[in-house]
Design a protein around this ligand. Sequence first.
Ligand SMILES: [Zn+2]
Length: 212
Amino acid sequence: MAVPLLDLVLPQLCAACGHRGTGLCRDCRRAADALRLPDGEPVRIGPAVMAVAAFRYDGVIARAIRTVKRPGHHAAAGHLGTLLWTEIGDAIGGASRWPRTWVPSTRSRLRHRGADIPRLLAGPGAVRLLRRVRQRNDQTELTAGERRALPVGDFRSGYAVPPHVVLVDDVRTTGSTATAAASALQGAGAARVLVVSLAAVDPPRELPQVVS
Ligand SMILES: [Zn+2]
């Protein structure tokens, strides 16, 4: 693979420790192994919505994610995305070939960070299927048809959504953001959504169902 021109000019720094490295340096990559979640620790977060994560949100992974969210520091997120798919590929099996989209950031975060981190994690082949919208409060004057066309939570699709979708996020905490985003995809035609996060905060220890 060709080395991007910028990499020749500016040495890349490890997103977790700041030493020289691409994405994560060798030491931090080794430290990340201790944070790996076996088989992505799948959990059900909604009807026909499963969620997996590659790592526990802690240590070098938490530091790396915090780094790429800082203004102007998003460059390493693409490398963290490569790490994500390397780690989670086997666990999600056939779903690794499903079309990928991402949980879009709010407009203010996008402005602050300079990039949509989940989009960078999803990789260059990902397609935009969601938009972030403001919640409308007054729905009493609307017809039933107008109400159906309303966005689900903070998200709206409005795109041609395939039946199976991988939805990428950086960190899963309660899962409520991913659930709202997945619902919007389902409202636009997705039958099954698999949420893939780089890291999860305190994931449950049980494995309720294997992702196929
Ligand atoms: Zn490092």
